[in-house]
Design a binder for this molecule. Structure first.
Ligand SMILES: Nc1nc2c(c(=O)[nH]1)N[C@H]1C(S)=C(S)[C@@H](COP(=O)(O)OP(=O)(O)OC[C@H]3O[C@@H](n4cnc5c(=O)[nH]c(N)nc54)[C@H](O)[C@@H]3O)O[C@H]1N2
Ligand SMILES: Nc1nc2c(c(=O)[nH]1)N[C@H]1C(S)=C(S)[C@@H](COP(=O)(O)OP(=O)(O)OC[C@H]3O[C@@H](n4cnc5c(=O)[nH]c(N)nc54)[C@H](O)[C@@H]3O)O[C@H]1N2
Ligand code: SF4
Ligand SMILES: [Mo]
Length: 768
C-alpha cells in the first residue's frame, strides 16, 4: 500500500475520530481465534486506553477503548502500528558483547550478565559507589524505574540515577514544585470539556498529543464561546485552529507572560479574593527566596507593559492585551510542553504560566487549570512519582531531607545512612563524567542517548570511550552501536506493569504475547543484575529481591511507600487496576474513585483525612496543602533570553522537535513501513524569505552548522518557522543527519534541562 503524507494525516484524523467504532487495523484478524485485551498506548503521555487483539500468540489489531473514561475510544495513528512494531523482524533477540575486534557478538545471558555484574562490582569496589550510574526512561514501567532507583540509591548507595525525563519534564517539575510545593498537574482531561479559553503555549498538541487536541477541537465545536490562544514562534498545526495566534521570538515569551499579568492587574481583571487567600509573592535575592507583596509585583510588572514586552518578544501589544483578557475571562486551561520546558529558563517560564492562573483564580474549578502535558507515557508515574532522578526519592521525597531518606531506608530495608544526602550527577554532568572516566560503568534502559542527547559529538565520544556501557533496548540504536554489552528487552505488552500519564491516572498493562528470541523484560534483567551484584558483595545480602521478585510484588511496596504522602495511591491494588481503566491518584482506599482535581475540598481525599486534612474547608474550597501555609507562590522572575542567541556569525535560530508520525529517535516508528513512507527522511523547515535569500529550494540539501557540529538535511521551504528560525525534527539517524550534533547542551540552572529548542546556526546550500 502506497500512501503519501496528506493521505496519512487524513487517515490519522479519521481513525482518531472513528476509533471508538471498530477495529481500525483488523484486516488480518480472523474472528474465531481472536482475544481482545484492554491495554494502554505506549507512546505519548496522553495515555490512551486501547484494546489489542491477539491471535495465535501475535498482536494482530489495535483499537481505541470506548470504555476508557477520559480518552473515550480515541487513538492516533502511531498507536495503530504498535502491533506491527512489536513483531518487527528488526527486534533485538539475543544478548551481545563487544569483542576484541570491536564488534558485537552473540553471547548467552549468563555470559553477558556476569560481565555486566563483574564490571559494576569492580568499579564499586575500586572507585566507590559514585563511579557507577543508571540512565533510565519515562517509557519504562513504573516498577522498572522504582526497582532500578531502589537498587542504585538504596542498594549500591549512589544517587547517580537519571533518565530522559531530565531532557523533557524537569522544568515542569521545577515549576510545579516552586509554585505549588509539589510536583504533578492538579487538573485532568475532563477540564477540557469545561474550558472556554485554551492557552496553548510551546506545545504542538496537534502532532504530539493528538487525542488531547481532538478533544480541544470537539469542545470548540460544541461551544461557540471557546477560544484558542496559540503561542509558538513556529506556525505548528495548532495555529490553524487558534482564534488568537501570538508568534514570539524564540526564547523571549517570558516577557509576553509578564505583560499578560500586567494587563490583568492594570485592567483589574484579577481575582482579588483568591489572591488574598491563596497566594504568596516571592522574588530571589542573593540566591535566596524573599517574600514580597502584591504591590511589589505590580511595580515589578510596570517594566512589562505590552508595549515594552512587545519590543522584547516581537508580539504586537494589542494581541497581548487580547490574550490577557481572554485568559482572565476563562474558565482557562493552559497546556504547554517542550516549547517552555526545553529552555535555559524553563522553570521560570513554567512559573509565569502558573502566575497567570493564580492571579486570575483560574485553578481548582472545572475547566480552569495549568496543565503541563507530559511527553512520555510514564514520565509522570514512572520517573517523577517514583523519584527516579538524582535529587529525589519516591512520592515527593528528596534526598536532601534526612527524614525522607530515613523513611525510604525503612521501606527499602537498607542500613540507615545508605541513601546519600547529596544529589547525584544530573544527566549532562553524568555523561560528562562518563567521558572523563569518573563514571566507570553505566546502565542505560529504554532510551537512546546516542541520538537524543544535545551536543552529541561530545557525549557520543563519552559513551564510546573506555568506560563500560550496557544498554537494554528492543531495537538496534545509535547507542547500541557504541555499547559494550547490549541486552534484548521485551517491550510493551510482552511484559506487565503500570504506566502513569499526565492526568495522574495509573493504568495497568497486561502481558499478552511473548518476546522474540531470548528477549527478557527489563524488570527481570534488573533483578538478575541485582542478584549477581549481591553474589559479588556489591550490595547487601538479601537486598536484590527481598520481596520484590515480580512487578506485582514491587507494586505492593510502591503503594505502601505512598502512605502519608501527597501521592497516596494505596487504594490501587493490582486487582483493581486490572479491572478498571486506571485510577487517578490520590486514591487512598480501594473504595475511593480517584481524584479529578487535586487541592479541592470534596474532590481531593487528602483534604479529608491524613496529614493534609483540613476540617475547616467547605466543599469547593481550594488549599495548596503541600506548602506549610497552604498557599502557592507567584514569582517575580527576570526576563532573560536563550543561552546562545543568533549573531552575525551564526544568524539563524535552530529549533528542534517532532512530527506526528514518528517517535523520538525513530527506532520504533521507523520499523512500520507506513509511518516510514509517510515521513521518510530528515528535513529542515525554512521560511520562504530566508530560503530565497540563501538560494535554497525545497529538496535541496542544506548544511546546518553550529559551534558544535554540522548536519546536512533536505530543505522544506514553508511558512511555518518565523523568518530567522529553522525547525528540524530529531527522528532520523542517517549518516550526517543527526541534528543533535548541532544542538547545545546549555541547561536550566534549576531544572538542569537542556535548551533543545534554541541555538544559533548558519545555513548554506550543501555542495553535493
Ligand atoms: N508524534 C509524536 N508525539 C510525541 C512525541 C514524539 O516523538 N512524536 N514525543 C512525546 C514527548 S516525550 C514529548 S516531550 C512531547 C513534546 O511535545 P511538544 O513540546 O508539543 O513538541 P515539540 O515539537 O518538541 O515542540 C513544541 C513546540 O515548541 C515550539 N517552541 C520552540 N521554541 C519556543 C519558544 O521559545 N516559545 C514557545 N512558546 N514555543 C517554542 C516549537 O515551535 C514547537 O512547535 O511529545 C510527545 N508526543
Ligand atoms: N533535538 C532534540 N532532542 C531531543 C528532544 C528535542 O525536542 N529535540 N527532546 C528530548 C525529549 S523531550 C525526550 S523525552 C528524549 C527522548 O529520547 P530517547 O528516550 O532517547 O528516545 P526514544 O526513541 O524514545 O528511545 C527509547 C528507546 O527505548 C527502546 N524501547 C522501547 N521499548 C522498550 C522497552 O520496553 N525496554 C527497553 N529496554 N527498551 C525499549 C526503543 O527502541 C528506543 O530505542 O529526547 C530528547 N532529545
Ligand atoms: S495520543 Fe498518544 S497515547 Fe493516544 S494513541 Fe496517540 S500516541 Fe498513543
Ligand atoms: Mo519528552
Amino acid at each position: 500500500m502506497q500512501i503519501n503524507r496528506r493521505d496519512f494525516v487524513r487517515i490519522s484524523a479519521a481513525t482518531t475520530a472513528a476509533a471508538a467504532g471498530g477495529p481500525a487495523v483488523a484486516a488480518a484478524a480472523r474472528p474465531r481465534a481472536i482475544e481482545w485485551h484492554k491495554s494502554v498506548c505506549r507512546f505519548c503521555g496522553t495515555g490512551c486506553g486501547v484494546q489489542i487483539a491477539v491471535d495465535n500468540g501475535r498482536l494482530v489489531a489495535l483499537r481505541g477503548d470506548p470504555e476508557h473514561p477520559t480518552t473515550k475510544g480515541l487513538v492516533c495513528a502511531k498507536s495503530l502500528f504498535l502491533p506491527k512494531i512489536v513483531h518487527s523482524p528488526t527486534r533485538l533477540k539475543y544478548p551481545m558483547i563487544r569483542n576484541a575486534a570491536g564488534e558485537l557478538e552473540r553471547a548467552t545471558w549468563d555470559q553477558a550478565m556476569d560481565l555486566v555484574a563483574d564490571k559494576f562490582a569492580q568499579a564499586i569496589r575500586d572507585h566507590g559507589a559514585d563511579s557507577v550510574a543508571y540512565y533510565g526512561s519515562g517509557q519504562a514501567l513504573s516498577e522498572e524505574s522504582y526497582y532500578a532507583n531502589r537498587l542504585f540509591k538504596g542498594g549500591i548507595g549512589t544517587n547517580n540515577v537519571e533518565g530522559n525525563p531530565r531532557l523533557c519534564m524537569a522544568s515542569a517539575v521545577g515549576g510545579y514544585v516552586t509554585t505549588f510545593s509539589k510536583d504533578e498537574p492538579m487538573g485532568c482531561y475532563d477540564d477540557i470539556d469545561a474550558a472556554n479559553t485554551f492557552f496553548l503555549i510551546g506545545s504542538n498538541t496537534a502532532e504530539c498529543h493528538p487525542v488531547i487536541f481532538d478533544r480541544i477541537m470537539a469542545r470548540k465545536q460544541s461551544n461557540r464561546r471557546t477560544t484558542v490562544i496559540c503561542v509558538d514562534p513556529r506556525k505548528s498545526p495548532v495555529q490553524t485552529i487558534a482564534d488568537l495566534y501570538l508568534q514570539p521570538k524564540p526564547g523571549y515569551d517570558l516577557a509576553l507572560l509578564h505583560a499578560m499579568a500586567q494587563v490583568i492587574i492594570e485592567e483589574k481583571r484579577y481575582d482579588e479574593a483568591f489572591v488574598a487567600q491563596h497566594v504568596n509573592f516571592k522574588t530571589v535575592v542573593d540566591g535566596k527566596p524573599l517574600a514580597v507583596g502584591f504591590d511589589d509585583y505590580r511595580e515589578f510588572l510596570a517594566d512589562w507593559t505590552p508595549e515594552k514586552a512587545g519590543a522584547v518578544c516581537g508580539v504586537n501589544p494589542e494581541s497581548i492585551r487580547e490574550a490577557a483578557r481572554l485568559f482572565a475571562s476563562g474558565p482557562t486551561t493552559s497546556f504547554w510542553t517542550m516549547g517552555l520546558n526545553q529552555r535555559v529558563h524553563g522553570v521560570w517560564a513554567n512559573n509565569l504560566v502558573h502566575n497567570l492562573h493564580l492571579l486570575t483564580g483560574q485553578i481548582g474549578k472545572p475547566g480552569a487549570t495549568p496543565f503541563s502535558l507530559t511527553g512520555q507515557p510514564n514520565a509522570c508515574g514512572g520517573v517523577r512519582d517514583t523519584g527516579s532522578l538524582c535529587h529525589i526519592l519516591p512520592y515527593g521525597r528528596v534526598v536532601k531531607k534526612a527524614e525522607h531518606r530515613a523513611q525510604m531506608e525503612a521501606i527499602w530495608g537498607c542500613k540507615p545512612g545508605t541513601i546519600q544526602p547529596k544529589p547525584g550527577l544530573n544527566t549532562i554532568e553524568m555523561f560528562k563524567a562518563l567521558g572523563e572516566g569518573k563514571i566507570k560503568a553505566m546502565l542505560v534502559l529504554t532510551t537512546n542517548p546516542g541520538q537524543s542527547l544535545p551536543n552529541l559529538n561530545k557525549h557520543r565520544k563519552a559513551m564510546a570511550g573506555d568506560s563500560f556501557l550496557v544498554v537494554l533496548d528492543a531495537f538496534p540504536t545509535e547507542t547500541t552501536k557504541i555499547a559494550d554489552v547490549v541486552l534484548p528487552a521485551a517491550m510493551w505488552t510482552e511484559k506487565s506493569g503500570v504506566f502513569g500519564m499526565s492526568e495522574r491516572r495509573y493504568q495497568y498493562q497486561p502481558s499478552v504475547v511473548t518476546p522474540p528470541g531470548e528477549a527478557r523484560s527489563d524488570y527481570a534483567i534488573l533483578v538478575d543484575f541485582a542478584r549477581r551484584l549481591e553474589a559479588r558483595g556489591a550490595i547487601p545480602k538479601g537486598y536484590a529481591t527481598g520481596k520484590l521478585s515480580t512487578t506485582d510484588d514491587c507494586w505492593e511496596e510502591m503503594m505502601q511507600a505512598s502512605k502519608d504522602t501527597a501521592y497516596d495511591f494505596r487504594g490501587m491494588p493490582r486487582e483493581r487496576l486490572k479491572r478498571e481503566r486506571g485510577v487517578r491518584w490520590p486514591a487512598p482506599t480501594v473504595d475511593h474513585p480517584g481524584t479529578a482535581r487535586r487541592y479541592v475540598k470534596g474532590e481531593d481525599p487528602l483534604l479529608d483525612s491524613g496529614p493534609y486534612a483540613d476540617a475547616s474547608l467547605e466543599p469547593g474550597d481550594v488549599k495548596f496543602y503541600a506548602a506549610a501555609d497552604g498557599k502557592a507562590n507567584i514569582w517575580l522572575r527576570p526576563v532573560v533570553g536563550p543561552a546562545e542567541p543568533p549573531d552575525a556569525e551564526y544568524p539563524f535560530v535552530l529549533s528542534t522537535g517532532r512530527v506526528l508520525e514518528h517517535w523520538h529517535t525513530g527506532t520504533m516508528t521507523r520499523a512500520a513501513a507506513e509511518l516510514r513512507r509517510a515521513q521518510p527522511e530528515a528535513f529542515v523547515e525554512i521560511h520562504p524569505k530566508d530560503a530565497k535569500a540563501l538560494g535554497i529550494r525545497t529538496g535541496d540539501r542544506v548544511d546546518i552548522e553550529s559551534r558544535r557540529g554540522r548536519s546536512t538535511i533536505k530543505a522544506r521551504v514553508v511558512d511555518m518557522p518565523q523568518p530567522g528560525m529553522v525547525f528540524v525534527p530529531f527522528h532520523w539517524d542517517d549518516e550526517g543527519s543527526l541534528i543533535n550534533e548541532v544542538t547545545i547542551d546549555a541547561y536550566d540552572p534549576g531544572s538542569k534541562q537542556p535548551e533543545f529548542k534554541i541555538c544559533a546556526v548558519r545555513l548554506s546550500k550543501a555542495k553535493s
